[in-house]
Design a binder for this molecule. Sequence first.
Ligand SMILES: Cc1cc2nc3c(=O)[nH]c(=O)nc-3n(C[C@H](O)[C@H](O)[C@H](O)COP(=O)(O)OP(=O)(O)OC[C@H]3O[C@@H](n4cnc5c(N)ncnc54)[C@H](O)[C@@H]3O)c2cc1C
Length: 406
Amino acid sequence: MSAVRDVAIVGAGLTGSVLALALATAPGADFDLELLDAAPAHLPPDDIRAYAIAAGTRRLLHALGVWPLVAGSAQAAAGMDISDTRLAEAVRPIIASFESEARDGEPFVHFVDGRDLQGAVAQRLEETGVPVVHGWRLTGLHQEAAALRLAAREDDRLARLAVGADGGRSAMRRAARIGNVGWAYGQASIVTIIEHEVPHDGRAVQHFLPGGPLALLPLPGNRSGIVWSTPRDEADRLMAVSAERFAAALAEAAGPERGMIEVVEPPRAYPLELGLARAFVKPRLALIGDAAHRVHPLAGQGFNMGLRDVAALAETVIEAARRGEDIGALTTLERYQRWRRFDTVQLAAITDALNRLFAPDWAPLRAIRDLGLGLIDRAPRLKQTFIKEAAGEVGKVPRLLRGEAV
Ligand SMILES: Cc1cc2nc3c(=O)[nH]c(=O)nc-3n(C[C@H](O)[C@H](O)[C@H](O)COP(=O)(O)OP(=O)(O)OC[C@H]3O[C@@H](n4cnc5c(N)ncnc54)[C@H](O)[C@@H]3O)c2cc1C
């Protein structure tokens, strides 16, 4: 068995990896930490999702040296247009538009190909020398006197603080006996990348269709990332048809605005769930990212929420270490939980409500929601509030999200 580390992060997905960078590069903190992941080593980046990166997330990634590596392949958003239409309607009227400005003229969102993000984070991990152990799968947790023992078929690990960043099915959450509140949406999101004839001019589009929302997220050049949420059985059917039939169905759903489209990445389907851990902390343990919360992707907030966890947990732990406090003590970790709990529950509720509001294809409801969005569209202050919420600019903002060192 290995020696007691300060921090062991279980899960080297984007959230766990960025937390490792934040702790490893904190001036003067000098944590003995390692990143553990079940996946085999050296898998090439393969996440074809187009990530909506909010302004606060971008500042955090910049402070950790990740953003300069992806900036050249990021697409700044000029704005977002929303339509609420049936598939058959020839013209899709825009019922609300959001223009892109958060602070100091900075775009409120950039869109980045997930593979570029994964590549940049992996490069920074290598540059900063964070030890990453692959092929290590957590199987259980045992409380020791002043450490948590992380059991695995391979080598057990001991840590004063163990962080669960191991995704929606989190083994850390289950081993710690932390309950999970949530439900399956009965929907899946089909993700792919398209090339199109008509330039997007940096504008994202979200069509609220009867089966679920379809987003076209602008990437550099005439390319867009697709997130197409449909009922599960419809997603299964679309994933089983030929490439030509899939392309034709997507072209019909995406509407005529982008002209001819070509599907350039094989589509993948992600089942959708709402999930909230009943607690984010226990003695010597904290949950972050999808291990703590999963939300509907219609607002592109899941990873952004995970990085808000990273910023709040890193600041809590670094400050505790500087004051000579025990970084794994429940009193320390409860500060992180208090910081993140309200924002998380609020965003989970908003995304859930939006999905429920827009899914039914019932004419009177359609009229009411279109009237509601029309009113928001004509209320600049309310729109500004939504944009600030999406950019992570409300409440007490952790220093990394302001682009400052901790
Ligand atoms: C269709 C779709 C579109 C999305 N679009 C956006 C968007 O535009 N913007 C946005 O902010 N968010 C978006 N999200 C959400 C975002 O993708 C997730 O919130 C984010 O990827 C979660 O990252 P994570 O690191 O927490 O978890 P994961 O990416 O799931 O990583 C978990 C890691 O833990 C490892 N692991 C699992 N079990 C174990 C174990 N027992 N032991 C050791 N290691 C283990 C896994 O190998 C993996 O590497 C989207 C989600 C979906 C489904």
